[in-house]
Design a binder for this molecule. Structure first.
Ligand code: SF4
Length: 401
């Protein structure tokens, strides 16, 4: 149960304007000091997690940043990076008499190619496939045991979601007729990749600091990000999700940059520890093995996915229903024509750079994967405003920069 003290703290972190103002001013001072000393005009900080991007956009935090300090979103939306291939495989199963269970956003995710006229699981359902939306794996388990038909649950998510899947298997909650299609992804390899590509374009500033995901770190522990700080020489702050959490994390990144340090710091201490949830980690390790995995629009990243181990193969949809794995040789760019989601998830483009944004691609009629889930950057910008116009306006009247 959430304690009263905890709720009060969350309220403070959301509504304490005086503290926010003080932190904002300090961010401006440190940015001026750092940019003047280093001769840099622009600095990029990546927020990795979809929920951080939500907070930044919803609360308009970009408009509080000094001119030249950019907050870019990373690949922190697990639905956005599910390859089209697996959606196609799931649609196929639904037409072959297998009951397919999916989260609501996976249900709406569009594949690149249609299967028997269906581009998504929702279209498959309207064409006669048995697709059911569930909120969690236990709901799927309950429903599957009630009808006994061959069934599959599409297990999407990052390290945060994996323990629930592992425990469902270890505690024998899955009926024999329900198999798991594990598409779970691991976040550190994607962060390494994002940082690599941010250094490719000499005309663009590389990412100089990372706001690391709070939910994922609750499971992995902050120690998971040490290689980022060590190998790339940039500060990493594990942040909470309230606006003041994020502002304090940005401040800490700037403090480290000014001091010439590159360390992992936990701002989200009320939830994250250095070593994380060791019990959850052990359950995940028992059930899953780490594999090279494909990320939509990005390609194969080494050691970035989880598949069910052989010991538990009777629960594995790949083994039991012959779902085909995507192999590097089969890989192709799997974004719809014109969609710039591959760049959006790597922080190389903002949603407003996409010519389809809020024209043909909207939350009601998404074309690309970043417009589907509430954690997708395009969907967040579409709902809460890109702030680009407001930022410009604020700059002009002297309220920002
Ligand atoms: Fe892709 Fe739509 Fe975002 Fe464009 S607006 S990048 S089409 S998801």
């Amino acid at each position: 149960m959430i304690s009263k003290l905890y709720l009060e703290l969350e309220r403070e972190l959301r509504y304490n304007k005086r503290a926010a103002e003080a932190v904002k001013n300090r961010i401006h001072r440190l940015f001026t000091e750092y940019s003047g000393r280093e001769g840099v005009e622009r600095l990029k900080i990546m927020d990795f997690c979809g929920t951080h991007e939500w907070s930044i956009t919803y609360y308009g935090l970009r408009s509080l940043m000094p001119r030249g300090l950019e907050l870019v979103a990373g690949p922190g939306c697990p639905v956005c990076v599910v390859p089209s291939h697996y959606i196609e495989e799931a649609i196929k199963l639904s037409f072959e008499g297998v009951v397919v269970y999916a989260y609501g956003d996976v249900y709406k995710l569009r594949a690149k190619r249609s299967v028997k006229g269906a581009f998504s699981l929702s279209e498959a359902r309207s064409l006669g496939g048995d697709v059911r939306v569930v909120q969690d794996i236990l709901s799927a388990a309950r429903d599957a045991s009630s009808h006994g038909k061959p069934s599959v649950f599409i297990a999407v998510g990052f390290e945060t979601a994996a323990p629930a899947y592992a425990w469902a298997i270890l505690r024998d909650h899955l009926p024999e007729n329900l198999k798991l299609l594990s598409l779970v992804k691991l976040t550190p390899p994607a962060m390494f990749y994002s940082l690599e590509v941010s250094r490719e374009k000499p005309t663009e500033p590389p990412i100089s600091g990372v706001i690391a995901p709070g939910h994922v770190s609750t499971i992995t522990g902050a120690k998971a990000w040490v290689p980022v700080a060590e190998n790339y020489g940039i500060p990493v702050v594990v942040s909470g999700f309230e606006p003041l959490d994020v502002l304090v994390s940005i401040l800490e990144i700037l403090r480290q940059l000014v001091a010439g340090r590159a360390e992992v710091v936990i701002e989200y201490k009320r939830s994250v520890s250095w070593h994380g949830d060791v019990k959850a980690q052990s359950a995940v390790n028992r059930v899953f093995e780490v594999v090279d995995d494909a990320w939509r629009g990005i390609g194969f990243l080494p050691k970035s996915g989880l598949r069910i181990r052989d010991n538990y193969r009777r629960h594995d949809a790949f083994a039991e229903y012959g779902v085909r794995e995507l192999k590097p040789g089969m890989w192709e760019k799997d974004m719809p024509p014109g969609c710039r989601c591959a760049e959006v998830v790597l922080g190389k483009a903002y949603p407003t750079h996409c010519p389809l944004f809020m024209k043909s691609c909207t939350p009601l009629k998404p074309i690309g994967p970043c417009m589907v889930s509430i954690e997708g950057t395009c969907a967040i910008w579409a709902r809460y405003g890109s702030r680009e116009f407001l930022d410009e306006l604020a700059g002009e009247i002297g309220e920002a920069g």
